[in-house]
Design a protein around this ligand. Structure first.
Ligand code: PLP
Length: 619
């Protein structure tokens, strides 16, 4: 467990039991409850689900919402802060129906609301929002978007129109007069505080979102002229997602408070300060300020926000605002994981060399062999030169396939010797690590990076990856994970191992036909809808379970993955037309006596089964 950092990134939600299987852990009323992920996998396979599967654990989502709200409440009480915490979930982080319904259900006791950034998101948010939950509207708003929000207001939902550009303010004023609503208005500002991290281009002067100070002032004047300054109740800012350093958050909040104070002084009633998202997830478990982690706890985050606002506003005579955050990633990342099986492995290992080495072999191969036998250091530069010369001779037609194979084998044997010698003498260098990575196995996993873990490909996001079992055995191989797509980018080659960022993952020896299961964890945020159909691998099956007090689990919801026919229809094919074409072609083959009638039926059954089948590998 330690090797894979499970206690660090798992935050008590994941562990390993005495059988060496990964577990999900929850706090039951009578103490901690553990359920093996392998037990869940077995149960799902018995129910007919093939890998890969996205597994959602309902309890983890509930636990995150409760923790977020309770921690803010605690910080507010401890600081004697006058406002309340009003969390909203940004729908774009995971729009899946079941996730939104669960967030609204578990968030209801806290009036946890929703944030929508488009008309489609508003439609689903409006139909799911629980009483009293805030509805925060970001994004570019046209007349339909605004009208729907105004009707939400009429229905009694506290709906905030966050103005991101001067043009939409005019439209909001016009439509609210038409519909006779005095809307709650927010102003989204560009915060100039630059923050570090991988997803932070939403802050700074060049951010494409939010109003500059000049535009903000113009907005205030427009509202004053329209006698609607009393509608301006919220200041909104978003520093970026996955902010690794607490110090950056503190500076951003301070700047936001200064804008807030000034808007109050301009006559706006205000009352809400929305700090957007940014609460980071510790994907690496290293608790550090790098992009995959964060240097603070949730307690630190809440306390920093509460005390910074209080300290900046005290002595101004302005009441503490209600604090809104739009934490997405930190709310949903933990509850979903991608489970898949390993199908095959490619080793980069030398086959035994001929003994004795044939004296009449081609000169280049003799040279390679001499270098291999006499090598006793770590400088393998000459081995690369010899290998490249050997390859050139093959291209020139001077070496046969058998000789090329021997040459490649000699190079591999040399590289392995270099790595083994370095390991024995405890030597490490960037070249040796590079060579070690180049010799790592490729484990082929039954999944698509592009469909299920797109951020790992698009922006090098790190997600914790670990085998689901065999933790009682020492992993003896080093590997990268390749997916099913025919794309060299379809791989996972960034891992957290023993607290270090590495290009290879220790895995257990595997032979085809064996059951070996691996999980990619903390993937509940952003991945599901960003995923694409590369190579026409569609949505995987989704199973949602709730861990029960008895140490078992209840299957709450099962969603079958896309069939091949469904995927083809997404790219405008009609499965019935395709089937019909094949029927005609098979009948023609019968007429021409290339198929018997029985064979025609066998083929059509196979074609039909494929259309209604799962696109992933089925054993
Ligand atoms: N709010 C806004 C306006 C955003 O743009 C985002 C994402 O970038 C979020 C909230 C969610 O951020 P996070 O997932 O870091 O909490």
């Amino acid at each position: 467990a330690q090797l894979y950092g499970i206690p660090d990134w798992g935050r008590g939600f994941f562990g390993v039991n005495s059988a060496g299987e990964m577990t999900v852990e929850i706090d039951g009323t009578k103490g901690p409850v553990q359920v093996s992920l392998m037990e869940i996998v077995a149960g799902l396979e018995q129910r007919g689900y093939d890998m890969p599967i996205v597994l959602r654990i309902e309890n983890l989502l509930q636990s995150r919402i409760v923790y977020l709200n309770e921690t803010f409440r605690g910080a507010i009480a401890a600081a004697g802060y006058q406002g309340r915490y009003r969390g909203v979930f940004p729908v774009k982080v995971n729009q899946q129906c079941q996730i939104i319904e669960e967030i609204c259900r578990f968030g209801a006791p806290y009036q946890h609301g929703l944030e929508a950034g488009s008309k489609a998101e508003l439609v689903l948010a409006l139909a799911n929002l629980t009483p009293g939950g805030l509805l925060v509207l970001n994004g570019y708003k046209d007349r339909e978007f605004i009208d729907l929000g105004l009707w939400a207001h009429k229905l009694g939902h506290p709906c905030f129109f966050v103005i991101e550009s001067p043009a939409e303010l005019e439209l909001l004023i016009e439509r609210s007069h038409q519909l006779n609503v005095r809307p709650h208005i927010g102003a989204r500002i560009k915060i100039s505080t630059q923050v570090s991290g991988m997803w932070t281009e939403t802050s700074g002067d060049r951010s494409s979102f939010g109003l500059s100070s000049t535009q903000l002032l113009a907005m205030v004047e427009t509202l004053q002229a329209a006698e609607m300054i009393d509608c301006l109740e919220m200041l909104h800012c978003h520093l970026g997602s996955q902010i690794p350093c607490l110090e950056d958050i503190g500076r951003g909040v301070e700047e936001a408070c200064r804008y807030y104070i000034n808007l109050c002084r301009e006559g706006a009633p205000m009352g809400y300060l929305d700090l957007g998202g940014g609460l980071a997830v510790d994907y690496s478990g290293r608790c550090s300020g790098d992009g995959h982690s964060r240097n603070y706890s949730l307690e630190d985050y809440c306390q920093a926000i509460v005390t910074t606002i209080a300290a900046t506003l005290d002595n101004t005579g302005i009441a503490h605002p209600h604090i809104v955050t739009e934490s997405g990633r930190a709310t949903v990342a933990y509850s979903s994981m991608l489970l898949f099986n390993i199908l095959d492995v490619m080793h980069f290992e030398a086959d035994p060399l001929p003994q004795p080495f044939p004296a009449n072999e081609a000169e280049i191969l003799q040279e390679q062999h001499r270098f291999f036998t006499t090598l006793n250091g770590h400088d393998y530069h000459q081995a690369v030169i010899l290998r490249d010369r050997m390859r050139q001779q093959f291209r020139d037609g001077q070496l046969s396939l058998r000789q090329r194979t021997l040459g490649e084998n000699l190079f591999l044997a040399t590289a392995q010797k270099v790595v083994a010698t370095a390991r024995q003498s405890g030597l490490s260098s960037p070249q040796i690590s590079e060579l070690q990575d180049a010799l790592a196995d490729i484990y082929y996993g039954n999944f698509s990076v592009f469909q299920s873990l797109p951020d790992t490909w698009a922006i090098d996001q790190l997600l914790p990856v670990a085998p689901l079992h065999r933790h009682d055995q020492r992993p003896t191989r080093e590997a990268i994970l390749s997916d099913l797509t025919c794309d060299c980018d379809g791989k996972l080659d960034q891992f957290i191992v023993g607290g270090e960022l590495r290009k290879t993952l220790p895995l257990h020896a595997f032979s085809p036909g064996e059951n070996y299961y691996v999980g990619a964890f903390l993937m509940g945020a952003y991945q599901e809808t960003l995923g694409d159909l590369h190579n026409l691998f569609g949505d995987t099956h989704v199973a949602s379970v709730r861990i029960n007090e008895e140490g078992g689990y209840d299957l709450i919801e099962e969603i079958s993955g896309d069939t091949i026919g469904e995927i083809l229809s997404y790219v405008e094919y009609s499965p019935s037309v395709l089937f019909d074409r094949m029927r005609k072609e098979a009948e023609q083959a019968v007429r021409e006596q290339r198929l018997t009638v029985t064979e025609r039926q066998q083929f059509l059954t196979l074609f039909g089964d494929n259309l209604s089948g799962y696109p992933y590998y089925r054993g």
